[in-house]
Write a protein that binds this ligand. Structure first.
Ligand code: HEC
Length: 111
């Protein structure tokens, strides 16, 4: 390698590291929740949750919302299901999904 090539190689490595650092900091500032894996994965409520909430997008982490906000969102998702002609949740299924989300929801500091 010529001296110039060595210099370029070092420079490229430096730029690469810089980009990775930038990407990582972008990720962490975007996430507003603390959970990294779904809680209670052995529970039947979790199974119900993944069954009902996986067809259109990745099931959300339960701590992206506080407990009292989940009901309205689940109701809205039920409407999305209806609109797309998917099987809607019956009352018991909807309650089970809601219970899973609320039990693991983001802690509301004002509560
Ligand atoms: C029929 C398709 C469909 C299914 C099934 C579905 N979703 Fe959604 N979801 C959507 C669409 C479309 C959006 C974006 C529009 C919106 O927010 O209403 C969305 C957005 C979301 C969001 C982001 C918006 C917000 O208010 O934070 C959350 C959280 C969410 N869904 C949770 C769920 C949960 C929980 C379930 C299971 C009960 C579920 N979804 C099942 C279609 C679906």
């Amino acid at each position: 390698m010529t001296n110039h090539r060595v210099k370029m190689a070092i420079k490229n490595k430096f730029v690469g590291c810089f980009v990775i650092v930038l990407l990582c900091s972008a990720c962490s500032s975007e996430s507003n929740h603390a959970l990294i894996t779904y809680p209670d994965q052995e529970s039947t409520a979790f199974q119900q949750f993944t069954r009902q909430c996986s067809s259109c997008h990745r099931p959300p982490m339960p701590d992206v919302h506080i407990a009292k906000d989940w009901n309205a969102i689940v109701v809205r998702m039920q409407q999305h299901k209806e609109q797309r002609g998917l099987l809607v949740m019956n009352h018991a299924e909807q309650q089970q999904v809601l219970a899973y989300l609320q039990a693991n929801a983001k802690k509301d500091v004002i509560e």
